[in-house]
Structure formats: C-alpha cells, structure tokens
Ligand binder design. Structure first.
Ligand code: AMP
Length: 291
C-alpha cells in the first residue's frame, strides 16, 4: 500500500492507473477505521482495481461546538487495517492542503441537506458535499463507496452526482453492526459501558418499527411512536433527537400512508455523543424489502 499526502501526487497516481486500464475505486472516510469502513473496501475489490481510501477528518463538516478536535484519530492502526483490507493507495492529507485558501465556492445541497441531520447540524452537508466533490475531482474514480449507515449522506451524494453530472457511480454498502445490533461507528468509543449497552436500543427500536410495517402498519406516526417507545424504554440514558419516516428520494416526512420507498431514521444522544441509524423500506407493489 502506498500512502500520499499531496493531492497532486494522488491525482497523478490515479491518472496513471486509469491510463493503464485499471478501474479506480474510491472509499472516502474520516479514519478511526472499523469493520464498517472495511466492508466498503471489500465491496470495492475487483480485478485490476486501484482502491483509493481517503482518510481525512474534514473540518468543514463539523459545526462549532461539535467534536472535530476530539474526533478519534488512530493513523497507525488505520494504516495496518487499510493495507490488510486491500487498499492500494491511502490518501492522508493535511487540512491546509485540502483547503489551501479560504474556501470561496461551496457545494450546497439545498433542502435535502436541511432536514434530519442538517437541521441539527447546519452546514454539515455543505461540508460533506464540498470535500467529496474535491475528492472526486482529484481521484476521478469510476465508483465511490458509501455506507447505508449514513443514509441521508448517501441520498445527498447521489443527488450531487446527478445534479452536477459527476461521472462517478455511487455504490451503497449495507450497515455493519455489532452482535446486539448497534451500528458500528467511530463515535461508539465515546460511550461509557452503560451507554454502550443501552445504545443497542436504537437499532432494536428501528427493527420494531419495520416489523410493524411488515405486519401491515402504514401510519407514519404509529410506526415512529413504536420506535420511540422502545428507545425510551431500553435507553433511559439516551435523548431522542428524532425518529422520522421519510421518503427516500426527497427526505420529506411521510404525512399519510406509507406507500413509497422510505427511510426510517433515528438520532439519539448519549451525553455529548450523538448516534444515528436507519433502515430502508422498499415497497414494490405488494412486495416489501427491509434492510
Ligand atoms: P466516516 O469515517 O464515519 O465518515 O465513514 C466513512 C464511510 O463509512 C461512510 O460512507 C459511512 O457511511 C461508512 N460507514 C460508517 N459506519 C458504517 C457501518 N457501520 N457500516 C457500513 N458503512 C459504514
């Protein structure tokens, strides 16, 4: 595995691989790697591919008072995990090289970026889209891999690619979970053991909500209430920020009956640690898929 910190060197290496007929696969991360990140690399593996992983804690997607300074950083362990997983090129830039001058042009996702996470974290998705757009322009990948775990992020990135005509295909990778259902996240290390035990209630609640859908429940309010009740019952240390059933194309709240593809999403804070999770509901006539 080769490691580069210079964006122009990254561009040159990706471009050489492309000229040699290799496909270029990009896995963007903020590091503190866990099995969820490695599942993205696994999905990116194909013959003769150059797998590029970026590892960059992007300051512009953190708001004031958020955890940018204390975000877990474990570069040595990340290098080993990335190499073992099959990453060919690790990009670990400094903030000053990704943002060499005060940023004057931003990629801002309008309404999609203002609901759910965006409501609590104004500007978050502008930071995400801007850094992902930079990475796409530097690497010019054939495909880029994102986790379902950050469901809104995936929807926003897909919209950016469509609306700005990026020649990149976006691949969604299913959420990797602990054995009790908690979605893996770099932020899980912040949890005390008591909070950690209770945090599994988030996925349990979402499961309970989608189970009801499976059994015919279609009223958003009732589905959301079921999720809330499980989280309130099993995670008294958690504070629910939202439990929302939204359309998976527009992220608008589903007002009446559920009859189109939807995302059941939740955000819960344990002390200063905010965790998110979601399940996707696909409705195709009478056929229902939940994942
Ligand atoms: P992050 O380093 O948290 O910004 O995440 C980098 C990428 O890994 C994003 O596309 C995330 O959605 C994805 N990811 C994070 N956690 C998981 C997980 N538990 N399962 C699958 N993908 C994940």
């Amino acid at each position: 595995m080769k490691e580069v910190i210079d964006p122009q060197e990254l561009r040159a290496l990706a471009s050489t691989a492309r000229r040699q007929g290799r496909s270029v696969e990009l896995v963007p991360t903020m590091g503190a790697l866990h099995a969820g990140h490695l599942a993205l690399v696994e999905a990116a593996r194909k013959p003769a591919a150059l797998i590029v992983m970026s590892l960059f804690v992007n300051p512009t997607q953190f708001g004031p008072g958020e955890d940018f300074d204390r975000y877990p950083r474990s570069l040595d362990a990340d290098r080993r995990l990335a190499a073992d997983a099959g990453v060919n090129l690790l990009f670990t830039p400094e903030v000053a090289t990704m943002y060499p001058a005060p940023q004057q042009v931003w990629v801002e996702p309008q309404g999609l970026g203002e609901v759910l996470e965006g409501r609590r974290r104004p500007g978050h998705f502008t930071g995400v889209c801007t850094v992902v757009a930079k990475l796409f322009n530097l690497v010019q990948p054939d495909s880029a891999y994102f986790g379902q775990k950050d469901g809104q992020q995936l929807i926003v990135i897909r919209a950016m690619v469509r609306d700005l005509a990026f020649p990149v295909s976006i691949v969604e990778v299913p959420t990797v979970r602990e054995s009790d259902g908690l979605a893996l996240s770099s932020r899980n290390v912040y949890l005390t053991s008591e909070q950690r035990a209770q945090a599994a209630a988030i996925s349990r609640g979402l499961q309970c909500g989608t189970e009801a859908v499976r059994h015919g429940e279609r009223t958003p309010q009732k589905i959301e209430d079921l999720v809330r009740r499980v989280i309130e019952r099993d995670a008294p240390l958690g504070e629910i920020d939202y439990v929302s059933l939204v359309r998976s194309d527009t992220l608008e709240a589903i007002e009446h009956d559920l009859h189109s593809d939807a995302m059941l999403a939740a955000a819960v804070s344990f002390g200063r640690t905010r965790l998110i999770d979601n399940l996707q509901i696909r409705i195709d006539g009478d056929h229902l898929t939940i994942h």
